[in-house]
Design a protein around this ligand. Sequence first.
Ligand code: PLP
Length: 437
Amino acid sequence: MFMRISSKDMQKHLVNETIDAITAAAAVDAKNVPFDVQRVRSDFPILSLHIGKNPLIYLDNGASAQKPLAVIEALARYYREQHANIHRGAHWLSEEATRAYEEARVCMARFLNAREPRECIFTRGTTEAINLVASSWGSANLFPGDEILLSAMEHHANIVPWQHVAERTGARLRIVPLTPEGELRVDEFHRLLSSRTRLVAVTHASNVLGTINPVAEIAAAAHAAGATVLIDGAQSAAHFDVDVRGIDADFFVFSSHKVCGPTGIGVLYGKADILNAMPPYQFGGDMVREVDFERSTFREIPERFEAGTPNIADAIALGRAIEYVRALRPAGALAHEDALLSYATARLEAISGLRIIGTAPRKVPVISFLLGNTHPLDVGTLLDADGIAVRTGHHCAMPLMKTLGIGGTVRVSLAFYNTFEEIDRLADSLERIRRMF
Ligand code: PLP
C-alpha cells in the first residue's frame, strides 16, 4: 500500500518556508530604512483623496484603518490567479488557494505568538469571535451563580454577547470600575474576583479612553482564581505586537480591518485544548468528520469552527496586512505613533475649554475629548468640512459613557501614517470651532 504525505503536512512545510522568507526580507528592510512617513503614506492610495477642496486628514483609525497597496493587490491577485474552493479539490488551483489560506493562518500565529497555527480560527471579526466564545464556551461552561467579570470600559461587542449567554445560563455579569483617569481599578478587580468567577473578559486597550490594560497581570490573577480569560484585542493589535503566550490569554480576538486588512475577517485565538473541548458554533461542510442521518462527528480545530466556505480572499489579504505592519513596526512605526500621541495630546490640551477624557499613562493613540459645551456631533461635522475625519458619539460603549456621565465624545484615533502637520491642522480647526461658540 502506498502512503501519501498528507496535504496538510505538505502545506505546513511549504507555508513555513514562505513565511520565513517573507519575515527575513521584512527584517532586512526594517533595519535599513528609517521610518519615512511620506514614503509609507504613498502605500495608501486613499490618503491622497481630497474632501471638497481639502486634503483628507484621516483620524478615525480606531473605527477602521486604511489599506496599503499590498493588501489591495493581494485581493486582486487572489481573484485573478488563485481562486478556487479550499480543502476540497484535488486540482492545482484548489491546492494553491488552500496553501495561501493556510499560509495566512501561519502568519496569524506568528503575529500573536500562538503555539500553533491551528489555534487561530478565522471569524468575521472581533464581534463574531466573542459571540463564538460566548455561545460555544459559555453555554458549556456557565451555570447558575457563575460570574463573568468585565470592565466598565468594554465595547458593546464584549458586553452584549455575555449578557445574552448569562440570561440563558443563569450566570451574572460583574463590572470592574475605573479610576478618574480612565484606568481599570486593579484593587476592585481583585476584590470582585472570586471562586464564582468563571470568565474574565477585558479589552486590551480601550477604544474610547485609549487606556492599555495590564492584561498579563489580570490573566495571572484570573487563572489563580480558576477563571478563563478572554482579551479583546480589537484596539491593541493595531498598535503593538501581541504575545498571547506572554499574556497567557485563553482567548484573544481581533479584527483585520483595524490592522490595515480587509473588512469581514478577523481572528479568534484560543488555546488548543480549550477550543477542542468546546462544542461547534456553526454546523455544515468542512467541520465534520463523519456524517450520518442519525448523528455526525466533528473535526478538531481549526476546521471545527470554520463551517462552510470561509472568507478565503480576505484571510489571505489579512496575511499581507499583518506582514506589512510587522515590517514597519521595528522600522519606527510604533515610536512614530507614540510621538504623534504625545504631540496631539499637548496640542489639544492647549486649546481653551477642551477636556480630554482618558488620561492614563499607558495609552494607544486614541484621544477622546469634549470641546466646551459644543455637541460632539457638531464638532465632528465642522471638522469634516475641513476634510478632517474623526468619530463622534458613544463609540459603542454606552455603559462607559453613562459611567462618565456624558452622552459621547469626539474621538481622534491615530495611525502610523498620520503626520504632525495633520495634527496641527486638527488643532487649528478646533481653535476656529471653539471661537464659533
Ligand atoms: N472591541 C473593541 C475594543 C473595538 O474597538 C471594536 C470596534 O471598534 C470591537 C470590539 C468590535 O470590532 P468589530 O466591529 O470589528 O467586530
